[in-house]
Design a protein around this ligand. Sequence first.
Ligand code: HAM
Length: 419
Amino acid sequence: MSITRPRGTNDFLPEQTKKWQAVEALLRNMCREYGYQEIRTPMFEDTDLFARGVGDGTDIVQKEMYTFTDRSGRSLTLRPENTAAVCRAYGENKLYGLAKEVKLYYIGPMFRYERPQAGRFRQFHQFGLEYFGCADPMADGEIITFAWDFYQRLGLKDLKLLINSVGCANCRPAYRRALTEYFQPYLEQLCGTCRERLLRNPLRLLDCKNPACMEICAGAPKITDYLCGDCAEHYRQVKQLLQAVDIPFTEDPGLVRGLDYYTNTAFEIVVDSIGAQSAVCGGGRYDGLMQEINGQSCPAVGFALGMERIFTALAAQNESIEAEQAVDVWVIGAGSRAARDKAFAVTAALRRAGWVCGMDYEDKSMKAHMKAANRSGAPIAVVIGDDEAAAGGVLVKCMEDGSQTFVPEQELPAYLSRK
Ligand code: HAM
């Protein structure tokens, strides 16, 4: 039996990678505009990093990690997300020493052992931003504006921004108590996972997708009624900033996210038309995570978007990304070996001068070569037969009107530039 790719993974073929590169180029360009610099961290990390960072009680840590023991007995885990890893790298490399604020971005594969379905994979790709060193709500505003504007530039429609505040270590204990009291009478009706979570982390219940639990959650106390003065003010300012940049939002007091590190702002952008996996991105503030990982406190905020979901959403909306890698010039070498060798050298010279240039290296008839030139879509063909080679030049043919001009070889790049 032939071997196939592992469940929940994808092969991206050139037709798709072209489009991925176009999206990546847009993201990298936006990072340049906003002042984010790229960081690349390992695909695997010490398992403790995620247990501590993402949270012991989360689905990611309990059920979804690809964890293995290496040959020296260390427990390692393929990264299920990158925020904890970027925090580790920020602390370990003392990036806080470079500047008060450090703005980083990443693109790469993440791994979660989830049940594969449309838009959900075991190896998927995230683009993410992490903004360290700024406690002001403007940093939250910048992160959300980046995410929102990216989808606008991409042409995605029907976007909905959901926001919430999950408070801080000061105001959360009272909210936890209120939640525990609220859920206690419903204990028998809750699913097994929720019953188990009620004692350890009652906020997690708000994330349960079981219909019976969701019904009970609908009447649960809202965190926004329990925020301390600072958190309430932070939340108010974030909303005000979003209004100032014309970004519509919906407040969702049930939005707690599947990772434990958030404080204050939590947000997601969803596209309902793409089915159950409607979150195209998610993020928020995580002011306590650096302390947890590195022992050094530092405010931070960030988000990550699922690359695969961009394409699912675009396809659902019958949109596509223009990613044609146009060929500028097609070179034809026909006739003797010397003429073909000359064509090879001309192709190399044009590429060195920055032209997107193609050539069919096979020895075939002029008619067959012209067919290949047509197929390439290049507006110009450069033809070198025996006569041209002997005369030290090339024939430049305009593919649209068929006109031909003899051009001496040295003058070719300048001539093409003028054309
Ligand atoms: P997350 O919500 O777990 O957040 O993931 C962010 C995005 O990654 C999701 O909105 C979704 O688009 C995509 N995603 C997640 N799991 C899968 C999957 N199995 N298949 C396909 N796409 C998926 C985080 O990972 C946080 N680290 C975000 C963050 C950065 N918060 C602060 N900074």
